[in-house]
Design a binder for this molecule. Structure first.
Ligand code: SAM
Ligand code: SF4
Length: 454
């Protein structure tokens, strides 16, 4: 654990208390009062396994996949039935923010308990994302999963699915459109053979991908690219960005390569200075092409193009390794497919580790993801916590402004290019200090007793 990460955590959470995750998991989830809930479903199967990939996945087995999806539908039923009343959040004006946002007529049976306007008995959900693994391997059952979710949640913000380039074919795309999918994210990594070879993957033909995507109804076509691979030059990554947008993308996620300790791959990580040069080149290139940077890692060519399962304040996760983030807790499901199926078949949640946040820890988590989005309204902090950002973190924002990492635009805080670089750098530390350790442990043990992240 890096001393820097620990010091930053102690300073920002105003406590020496580390992040403590235990197997003391809830048997019920109280999410009834949440206004803007996200939904995430994890499908942990792939046709082949990439040695650099940290995500929860295993080799595709049709029989196991079928049993897994049956369990997934059961988990959705379980969670859907345990909504609870939730704790309504106090707004700045002293009013109460209900989940419907006040826009629907109410039958009195909604999550507000009948006292406010709401959409009836289904809980509004802002978005649904399927990730993996390769969720398109379950394309013929996605409709069943969304139908079960639709019984409990009113999904308003569209449905996104991660695709492997091999999934970009007429049959799979037809099935996705039929299931109501309107956003896809394709894991290209690189269009160039030399980098695809380093990653140990098969390359893809951008013209064939463009042909398959043409005439489809997807609002967002995002493509994942990886930069900071050995020997990668500025021209290489900028050419990949151009090829992505010329092949049907209106959004791109450009990830820095991260060498996770627990993955078997041994691709060397690039040094900080070289990475910074590449990142500056990507940002300058994107700006010159008129692309909008909508988060630390993503760029889009159209206002409505977006793809993000992690940036909601609260979300429910279903399936192996899926995270559920609520106002006071974070829980992560087991990584082990058989253990997941067994737990759910007993009518129990498949939670593996849970942390009950202190208020300060939750504030830091909230700020981390808001800054990931490049800008946010200070008033959103007040709505979420019922406290003023300036009072809680005034000194930090004042210092960051003086250092040129953030600037104030009216009531909005905006990350500058320098701030975005340092965020990128910090994110790398955070990933290696926290995610690497947590996922590494969870790959080893289905239900660990405890994990302390200092
Ligand atoms: C779950 S995977 C993508 C979907 C699909 N299975 C595929 O591989 O095309 C999500 C994305 O994470 C990124 N990723 C995976 N391992 C990474 C690593 N070690 N460093 C940086 N990005 C990584 C890749 O860009 C990948 O497309
Ligand atoms: S990168 Fe994609 S295809 Fe490769 S192992 Fe990870 S999830 Fe599977």
């Amino acid at each position: 654990m890096s001393a820097l990460t620990s010091l930053a955590r102690m300073w920002l959470t105003r406590s020496v208390k580390p992040f403590v995750f235990t197997d003391d998991c809830d048997e019920a989830l109280d999410y009834g009062g949440i206004g803007d809930l996200g939904l995430y479903v994890h499908i942990p199967f792939c046709r082949s396994i990439c040695s650099f990939c940290p995500y929860c996945k295993r080799l595709y087995d049709p029989e196991l996949m079928d049993r897994y999806i049956d369990a997934l539908i059961e988990e959705i039923r379980l969670v859907g039935d345990m909504r609870g009343s939730g704790s309504m959040r106090l707004q700045a004006d002293g009013g109460v923010s209900g989940p419907c946002g006040g826009s629907d007529p109410c039958g009195g049976s909604g999550p507000c308990g009948g006292s406010g306007p709401c959409g009836g008995s289904r809980m509004p959900a802002g978005s649904l994302y399927f990730g993996g693994g390769s969720p398109a391997l379950a394309a013929d059952r996605l409709g069943e999963i969304t139908a079960e979710l639709g019984k409990h949640f009113d999904i308003r913000g569209g449905i996104g699915v991660e695709l492997h380039p091999e999934d970009v074919n007429a049959r799979t795309l037809d099935l996705l459109e039929e299931a109501g999918v309107d956003r896809v994210s394709i894991g290209i990594q690189s269009f160039q053979d030399k980098y695809i070879d380093i990653l140990g993957r098969r390359g893809c033909d951008p013209e064939a991908i463009a042909g398959e995507l043409s005439g489809r109804s997807f609002k967002t076509v995002s493509m994942d690219l990886i930069f900071a691979l050995p020997g990668q030059a500025e021209d290489d990554i900028c050419r990949d960005v151009d090829t992505a947008f010329a092949s049907g993308a209106n959004h791109a996620a450009i990830y820095p390569f991260i060498d996770f300790d627990f993955t078997p791959g041994n691709i060397p990580a690039m040094g900080r200075k070289e990475k910074r040069r590449l990142l500056s080149a990507i940002c300058a290139h994107a700006r010159a092409k008129g692309l909008r940077r909508d988060s630390i890692w993503t760029f889009s060519s159209e206002e409505d193009a977006r793809y993000s399962s992690m940036t909601r304040d609260d979300y429910l996760g279903f399936g192996c390794s899926a995270v559920t983030l609520l106002p006071k807790s974070f829980k992560i499901n087991t990584f082990d497919v058989e253990s997941y199926i067994e737990r759910v078949s007993q009518g129990r949640l498949a939670s593996s580790l849970t942390i009950r946040f202190t208020e300060r820890q939750r504030m830091v988590y909230w700020l981390f993801w808001r800054m990931y989005g490049m800008s946010f309204e200070a008033s959103d902090f007040r709505v979420f916590f019922g406290k003023e950002l300036e009072k809680e973190y005034g000194l930090e924002f004042w210092t960051a402004e003086k250092l040129g990492f953030v600037r104030r635009d009216g009531s909005r805080w905006q990350l500058t290019d320098d701030g975005a670089f340092w965020y990128h750098h910090f994110e790398n530390y955070y990933t290696l200090s926290y995610i690497d350790r947590m996922w590494g442990l969870m790959k080893e043990e289905a239900f660990p007793k405890k994990m302390v992240l200092g």
